[in-house]
Design a protein around this ligand. Structure first.
Ligand SMILES: [Zn+2]
Length: 352
C-alpha cells in the first residue's frame, strides 16, 4: 500500500504490523516475552528479526523503543524498510531488527521501563560504583514534581526556569543526563541490568553468531530539529570508529563528548557480540521544542507516581505527542531520513 505511513496508534498495532511484514519476508524471528504486562494485561515482548544468513559477517542492527513511547518512529522506519526493501540484501550481510526494546514503556506510553529505568542509562558496569550526578540532585525536586497543577506546581516550574538560567542550558542537559540514586526519579539508570538489557545481550549473539562488523542504530525521538534525524555516534573524536561512522553516516555525525560509558544500549551490543567491531549510532528525531517536551515529561511522571486515580488520558495523549507528532509531513520526513540511514549503513558495511 503506497500510502501507508507505517505509523500505528499503539504498541500492539505497531508490533502486529511489524510481525505481518516479517512473516511475509520469512526471516528468523525470536520473541523475548517481558515479564511485565501492558494495559489490560496485554502480553509484552521484544521481537528480534533477522533477514539474511545466520553466519553473516556483516550486519545492521536497527533498534526501536529503547525509550518506550519513542518507539512509534523506530517501528515505522523498521516497517517501511521491510515493506520496501526487505527481500534483497548483499551477500554475507544480515539486517537484525529489535522491535520494542522497552516494550513496557512503549505500551504504557512511558519513556522508562517496568522498573522506572531509563534503558539508555542502564548499560553500565553495575558491579562498579554507580556514578553520582550532583546536577540532578539540584533540579530533581523541581523536575520530578508530584503535582499536576496548582500553586506548588507553578512554583516548581518557575524555580526550574530560574535554575535553567542560573546553571545554563548545557548543565541542565547534563543534570538530566542520568542518575543512579533516586529510583522513583526521572532519568534513573537502575542499579542492576534491566530485563531488556539482559534480553538484548542474550538474543543478539543468537541472531548474529558470526558477525565481524556491525552498524548499531538506535532510533529515538524528542530532541533536535523537528523531523530531522540527528546522527550521534558513541565513539570518541579522532578514533577510527568515529571516522568510520562519519564515512557511513555523513559529516554531521557527532562524536561522544568524553570517555565515559553513559549506559547506552549499543554498549550491550558491543559487549555481547564478542569479536565484532560495532559502530554505534543514536539517531534522534526532533519533535517539539525542548520547552514543550519537559512539561509532558513532568506531567506523565507526576501522574504515574502520584495521581493514577485520576483520568490520565489527556496527559498520555500529550506525552505521546511530545515524542511522536500527529502530522503526516513529520511522519514522511522520519521515514525518508530513516531509510536513508539504513541505506547508507548497508552501503558502508559492504564497502568496509
Ligand atoms: Zn530517547
Amino acid at each position: 500500500m503506497a500510502s501507508d505511513s507505517h505509523f500505528r496508534p499503539d504498541y500492539a498495532a505497531c508490533r502486529e504490523h511489524f510481525l505481518n511484514l516479517s512473516n511475509v519476508l520469512g526471516g528468523e524471528l525470536m520473541r523475548a516475552i517481558n515479564p511485565a504486562s501492558g494495559p489490560d494485561g496485554l502480553e509484552l515482548s521484544t521481537d528480534f528479526l533477522r533477514l539474511g544468513p545466520t553466519d553473516a559477517e556483516r550486519a545492521l542492527i536497527l533498534v526501536s523503543g529503547t525509550h518506550g513511547a519513542e518507539g512509534f518512529a523506530g517501528s515505522a522506519i523498521q516497517c517501511a524498510w521491510l515493506a520496501a526493501h526487505g527481500g534483497q540484501l548483499p551477500d554475507n550481510l544480515a539486517v537484525v531488527m529489535v522491535h520494542g526494546l522497552n516494550a513496557f514503556g512503549f505500551a504504557h506510553l512511558r519513556r522508562v521501563n517496568e522498573n522506572n529505568v531509563d534503558l539508555n542509562r542502564n548499560f553500565i558496569d553495575h558491579e562498579a560504583d554507580h556514578p553520582h550526578n550532583d546536577g540532578y540532585a539540584k533540579v530533581a525536586h523541581f523536575l520530578a514534581v508530584n503535582r499536576l497543577d496548582g500553586p506548588e506546581r507553578e512554583a516548581a516550574d518557575k524555580e526550574l526556569l530560574r535554575l535553567g538560567v542560573e546553571m545554563g542550558h548545557m548543565n541542565i542537559m547534563r543534570a538530566i543526563g542520568g542518575q543512579y540514586d533516586d529510583a522513583e526519579g526521572m532519568f534513573y539508570g537502575g542499579r542492576v541490568p534491566s530485563w531488556s538489557n539482559r534480553a538484548l545481550r542474550e538474543y543478539l549473539p543468537k541472531m548474529l553468531p558470526n558477525v565481524k562488523l556491525a552498524a548499531y542504530v538506535d532510533i529515538h525521538t524528542g530532541l533536535g530539529p523537528s523531523g530531522y534525524g540527528s546522527p550521534m555516534c558513541y565513539h570518541l573524536p579522532k578514533s577510527a570508529d568515529y571516522n568510520l561512522a562519519k564515512a557511513w553516516w555523513g559529516g554531521d555525525v557527532t562524536a561522544a563528548a568524553a570517555k565515559i560509558n553513559h549506559g547506552k544500549t549499543g554498549v550491550g551490543a558491543m559487549e555481547a557480540l564478542m569479536g565484532a567491531r560495532v559502530i554505534c549510532l543514536t539517531l534522534e528525531f526532533g519533535t517539539l521544542p525542548f520547552d514543550g517536551i519537559l512539561p509532558a515529561l513532568q506531567d506523565e511522571h507526576a501522574w504515574w507516581w502520584h495521581h493514577r486515580d485520576r483520568d490520565g488520558s489527556t496527559i498520555k495523549a500529550n506525552f505521546k505527542a511530545a515524542f511522536c507528532r500527529d502530522d503526516r509531513e513529520w511522519e514522511s520526513q522520519i521515514i525518508e531520513r530513516g531509510l536513508q540511514i539504513v541505506a547508507t549503513s548497508i552501503e558502508g558495511l559492504v564497502k568496509n
